[in-house]
Design a binder for this molecule. Sequence first.
Ligand SMILES: [Fe+2]
Ligand SMILES: [Fe+2]
Length: 181
Amino acid sequence: MAKMKREQQEQLRIMMMGPITDEYRGSTAELVKKLNLLRSTEIVAHLQYKHHAYMAVSMLLPGVKQEFLEHAAAEERHADMLATRIQQLGGVPVFKPDEIANQAGYEHVHAEEAPTLAGMIREDLVIEREQIKAYTALIRELAFDDPTTRRILEVILQETELHASEMRDLLAQRSNQEEER
Ligand SMILES: [Fe+2]
Ligand SMILES: [Fe+2]
């Protein structure tokens, strides 16, 4: 009888834990919170890039609108990757707009709208840099505790660093144009 009970309990535990085994070294509840902070920054970054794409009408940098749109799509993808992992870890991806704004703010990410193209690019660069800091810190903290989450974070970090360097290069082009005028 006791054996039956133990087996049932084990079955239940397996059902609840899904992919999390005894070898898992992370704290899923803590990690879910941190992943939701990052997810919030991605959603804010997505909205900011979309907004910048609507507002970018400069003839001086004709490719910039497309660049903003591509980044907006990437940020949405990053938010989705984090949501998928959060769900796998037994958490709930943040989805309420006020919570998203609060949590992104905690990572120093706020949606901004500069009146000039150079200002917008600078704002995007600022968000990318805040994200790079946050991803790098969490990857270092995770070390080998949760290899799957770490891999996901590394992929996003790689793309975030690419975004930041693209924004830096656009800014450099823009200031060259200003000097030439
Ligand atoms: Fe992103
Ligand atoms: Fe980005």
